[in-house]
Design a protein around this ligand. Structure first.
Ligand code: C5P
Length: 221
């Protein structure tokens, strides 16, 4: 661990998509490369934090000094995230599937059986809200919001609904998804900052520095 401003601080980052099984070979998922989350995990580790990265399936290498826990479903992601408590900071970047099949079939659903199967869906747990409203709440809880319009209004509503401290809103109407750059708006309870378009690694470093400044002012109790 480096001797940076986050030395002695425990951080959780969730990243990547989740996979929700339909049967042993099929799933529903979200588009997510995991790049922004992995970059944030790397940047926090570079500043000296002890970082747990709970990740859905991605093609990315584990950043140096980061402990990765590989998961598939939202429920596994929640369990692994709760197991990382207590925490100084949680940054929830994962593109968690909002719904999962109510029941995953034990055997592969055969195509020639009874026509096209109906898949009934149930909601997955909201990992961000569960941590932000939980008993062992991390000191600082940061969420992400991928939006295509009205970024600030939607992000403000999300802070209230999820109970988090900050939201990083990004406009995904362009070519951000899977791309190398990101353009974000950082919303706190009483401020909003627009960051210029920059590499995902640069967004990560700027966020890690902001987290270090915030935690420096508020040590974990
Ligand atoms: O509600 P929405 O999916 O837009 O919220 C996005 C934020 O909430 C992201 O930080 C995402 O990682 C988190 N989230 C979560 N668990 C869910 C859904 C979203 O942690 N089931």
């Amino acid at each position: 661990l480096s001797d940076g401003p986050l030395k002695g601080k425990k951080a959780l980052v969730t990243a990547g998509p989740t996979l929700e099984a339909i049967d042993p070979v099929r799933f529903i998922s979200n588009r997510s490369s995991g790049k922004q989350g992995y970059a944030i995990a790397a940047a926090l580790a570079e500043l000296g934090a002890e970082v747990t990265l709970v990740s859905g399936p991605t093609n990315l290498a584990v950043p140096q000094g980061v402990k990765r826990i590989a998961v598939e479903s939202a429920e596994e992601m929640l369990a692994a995230s709760e197991a990382a408590l207590p925490l100084d900071v949680a940054v929830m970047v994962a593109a968690v599937a909002d719904w999962r099949p109510a029941q995953a079939a034990d055997e592969k659903i055969k195509k020639d059986k009874a026509g096209i199967p109906a898949i009934s869906l149930v909601e997955t747990p909201d990992i961000l809200a569960t941590l932000a409203k939980g008993k062992k709440r991390p000191k600082l809880v940061v969420g992400f919001a991928a939006e295509t319009e009205n970024l600030e209004a939607h992000a403000r509503a999300k802070i209230a609904k999820k109970g988090c401290d900050w939201i990083i809103a990004n406009d995904v109407s362009g070519d951000v998804m899977g791309g190398a750059e990101n353009e974000v708006l950082l919303i706190t309870k009483d401020s909003a900052e627009t960051w210029p378009r920059m590499a995902k690694e640069a967004v990560a470093r700027k966020l890690a520095e902001k987290i270090a400044a915030e935690l420096g002012a508020k040590p974990r109790q």
